[in-house]
Design a protein around this ligand. Sequence first.
Ligand code: F6R
Length: 234
Amino acid sequence: MALQLKTFENTDELYNFAAQFLQQKVKDGAKTFGLATGGTMQPLYQVLRQSDVDFSGCTSFNLDEYIGLPIEHPESYFTYMQKELFEHKPFSKSYLPNGLAEDIDAEVAHYNELLAQNPIDVQLLGVGENGHIGFNEPGTPFSEKVHAVTLTESTREANARFFNSIDEVPEKAITMGIANILEAKEILLIAVGEKKRAALESLVHGEVTVDSPITVLQQHGNVVVLTDLNISLA
Ligand code: F6R
């Protein structure tokens, strides 16, 4: 399996490496980037904001967006991306699923169509404590493309830290499916902190199973994993 695991002593080094990795991809001609949100990506976007990276010739597609959260809500992924990256380092065009679409099925089809027309060169991924990638929760068939999901309680609890209370965390989201993620030419996955150990262990040592969606990355030919966790490859 073509999985490269890079372990860092500290997260500053990890995020500097990740930012340089992306900058190099731009220089090498990558045009389409798949982006992620969440706590893991904030330090990366901070490094990118302060760098001289130029995404103005590139297009971005985010993995996911909550359904029903007003766009101006600070925790909508639209607003997160504006604040963390796009206001500072704009892409020529940036797409996220529209979680406020009146017809969610039509929006799902539309986002799938956009992805089909714009193959992703480099996909950035975080991972949930339960092994989810994007919002593909355990049990999601690997064949799924963009779809609407009901978030698990554990994911809503994990994300409640960004809201005033868990009641405010939306119950649904639109996410790229695992089939879309696997179509990316290259994947850069970042897993930081003890809470991600079980998920990362399952990728490195586990069997490929829908019970831990991250394990599907064993079937992708070009994945770089950056972590501050000591996981032996043996
Ligand atoms: C975010 C996303 C999620 C997160 C995951 C980890 O766009 O798709 O899969 O990457 O939930 O979240 P954090 O980084 O907050 O631990």
